[in-house]
Write a protein that binds this ligand. Structure first.
Ligand SMILES: Cc1cc2nc3c(=O)[nH]c(=O)nc-3n(C[C@H](O)[C@H](O)[C@H](O)COP(=O)(O)OP(=O)(O)OC[C@H]3O[C@@H](n4cnc5c(N)ncnc54)[C@H](O)[C@@H]3O)c2cc1C
Length: 427
C-alpha cells in the first residue's frame, strides 16, 4: 500500500473547516491544526462582548466535528503554528513538528495596532472569543463600580466608552453598547443615570461602513444616533494615555474603556528555508488558484490570502464568503489534482446590524434597511452557525431578548489567581 499525500491545514475557521470537509479523504491524509480546540463564528463576537450570547452557542469543538461523515478520516491537532520550514516541508507548533506534502495556510488575521505599543497595553479588542469575553467582563465591571461610586466625575470616566473603527464590527459593538444604555441601564442600574454613560464611535474616513453603499452608511449613522452613540467622522486617534485620547486635530476625548476595531493584519509565522515578501496586510500573495507565489506546495486561503483581480486590484475583501468560496474551489482542485478554474468571487451582498430592528443590507439588486434588514441579518447568521444545538440556543436567546429587552448573561467572573501561569500548557 502506498501512503496518501499529507495535507496539513493551519486554521479551522471558515476557510479551514470547509477545506477539511471537502478534501477527498480517500486521496489525502488530512490534518487540521488550530490553536483553539473549536471553530468560532466571528460575525457574532460583538454579541459575546455585549452579553447577548454565550461563547458556547457560537463555537463548535473540532473533535465533535471530526466525527461527522464528511470529515471522517481527517485528524485534529491542538497547537499554535509558529514556524513553517519550507525546505524540510514541516511545521512546528509549541508542542510538536508535523510533516506535510501540501500545506494550506488558513490562519486568518489578528489585530493591527499599527506599531503602537501603548495600544497593546490598554485597549480592548473583539477579534477572538477570548478577547470578546474580556471585553464583556470589563464592561460589566465598570457598570458595577460606577453603581458604587458617589463621585460623578469618576462614574462618567468609568462609563466613557470609545469604539475606534467604523467598520461593521465597530458599528455593531457601539450599537450594542447603545442598547445597553437605552434598555438595560434604566431598569437594572437605578444608581446610574443614563446621561453618565457615553459612547463615541471614532472613524478616520468620512463615513461609517465604508465598504458598504452610501445609502447603508447614511442609514447606519442615523441608527447610531437613535441609540445615543456619538459618531466622530474624519478624525484619527493620535495617542491614548491616562484614559484620554488625543485626536489628529489636537482635541481630546475621555475614554475610560477603548474598544479597538480599527485594523487587522495577517497572522505571522517564521518562514524558514525560503525568502518571501509578504503582501499588504502581512498576507501571503497567491495566484488565482490560491497557490502562494514563490513557494511550492503551499496554499493560502481566506483572510490571510492576498489575491488580486481586475475587479479587486487591492485584493479580495476579508470576508467569510470569500474564505468559504476559495476553500471550496481549492478543495475541488486538489481532489482533481488539476488547477483549471480561476477563482472569481460571487458577491452575495453584505449586511450590518446596529440594534433591534435596525440593520442595513446591500444586496445584488438594491438595499434593505430597518426591520426587514434586521430579520434578513438574523436569518443569514442563524443558518450559518454550525450545529443544530447552537442554532436553537442562539434563536432562543434572540427571541428572549426581543421580548424582554434584556439578556440573562450578565455574569461577572474574575480571573483566578492560581495557579500562577499565563496559559494552558505553560509551566
Ligand atoms: C468581529 C468580527 C466580525 C466580523 N463580521 C463579519 C461579517 O459580518 N460578515 C463577514 O463576511 N465577515 C465578517 N468578519 C470577517 C470574517 O470573520 C473573516 O473574513 C473570516 O473569518 C475569514 O475566515 P478565515 O478562515 O480566513 O479565518 P478565521 O475565521 O479567522 O479562522 C482562522 C483560524 O485559524 C486559527 N489560527 C490562527 N492562527 C493560528 C496559528 N498560528 N496556528 C494555528 N491556528 C491558528 C484561529 O484559531 C482560527 O480558528 C468579521 C470578523 C470579525 C473579527
Amino acid at each position: 500500500m502506498t501512503e496518501k499525500p499529507r495535507i496539513v491545514i493551519v486554521g479551522g475557521g471558515f476557510a479551514g473547516l470547509n477545506l477539511v470537509k471537502r478534501i477527498d479523504k480517500e486521496k489525502y491524509d488530512v490534518t487540521l491544526v488550530d490553536r483553539n480546540n473549536f471553530h468560532s463564528f466571528p460575525p457574532l463576537f460583538y454579541q459575546i462582548a455585549s452579553c447577548g450570547l454565550d461563547p458556547g452557542s457560537i463555537s463548535f469543538p473540532f473533535r465533535r466535528e471530526m466525527r461527522k461523515d464528511s470529515v471522517k478520516g481527517s485528524h485534529y491537532r491542538f497547537g499554535e503554528v509558529r514556524t513553517i520550514d519550507v525546505a524540510r516541508k514541516e511545521i512546528h507548533t509549541q508542542f510538536e513538528t508535523l510533516k506535510y506534502d501540501k500545506l494550506i495556510i488558513a490562519a486568518g488575521t489578528t489585530n493591527n495596532f499599527f506599531n503602537s505599543p501603548d495600544l497593546v497595553k490598554y485597549v480592548y479588542t473583539i477579534k477572538t472569543t477570548a478577547e470578546a469575553m474580556r471585553c464583556r467582563y470589563e464592561i460589566l465591571d465598570r457598570l458595577e463600580r460606577a453603581a458604587l461610586t458617589k463621585d460623578r466625575t469618576l462614574r462618567r470616566n468609568l462609563l466613557s466608552f470609545v469604539v475606534v473603527g467604523g467598520g461593521p464590527s465597530g458599528v455593531e459593538v457601539a450599537g450594542a453598547l447603545g442598547e445597553m444604555k437605552r434598555y438595560i441601564l434604566p431598569r437594572e442600574y437605578p444608581d446610574i443615570s443614563p446621561d453618565d454613560l457615553s459612547i463615541v464611535l471614532l472613524e478616520g474616513t468620512d463615513r461609517v461602513l465604508g465598504a458598504m453603499s452610501a445609502v447603508s452608511s447614511r442609514k447606519a449613522l442615523e441608527y447610531l444616533g437613535k441609540l445615543m452613540v456619538e459618531v466622530k467622522l474624519g478624525r484619527l486617534m493620535k495617542s491614548y494615555e491616562d484614559d484620554v485620547i488625543t485626536l489628529d486635530d489636537g482635541s481630546r476625548l475621555t475614554a475610560g474603556m477603548l474598544i479597538w476595531t480599527a485594523g487587522i493584519t495577517g497572522v505571522s509565522f517564521d518562514i524558514v528555508g525560503a525568502e518571501i515578501a509578504l503582501a499588504p496586510g502581512r498576507r501571503f500573495e497567491v495566484d488565482e488558484f490560491n497557490r502562494v507565489k514563490g513557494l511550492d506546495d503551499i496554499y493560502a486561503v481566506g483572510d490571510i490570502a492576498y489575491m488580486k483581480s481586475d475587479d479587486y486590484p487591492r485584493g479580495y475583501p476579508q470576508l467569510a464568503q470569500v474564505a468559504i468560496q476559495q476553500a471550496r474551489l481549492l478543495a475541488s482542485h486538489l481532489n482533481k489534482n488539476r488547477f483549471e478554474k480561476p477563482f472569481v468571487y460571487d458577491d452575495k451582498g453584505s449586511m450590518a446590524t446596529v440594534g433591534r430592528n435596525l440593520a442595513v443590507a446591500d444586496l445584488k439588486k438594491g438595499h434593505l434597511s430597518g426591520w426587514i434588514a434586521w430579520m434578513a441579518w438574523m436569518f443569514i447568521h442563524l443558518i450559518s452557525i454550525l450545529g443544530m444545538r447552537n442554532k436553537l440556543t442562539v434563536l432562543i436567546n434572540w427571541i428572549w431578548s426581543y421580548c424582554t429587552y434584556t439578556t440573562s448573561l450578565r455574569i461577572l467572573l474574575h480571573t483566578t489567581r492560581y495557579p500562577l501561569r499565563r496559559r494552558w500548557g505553560e509551566k
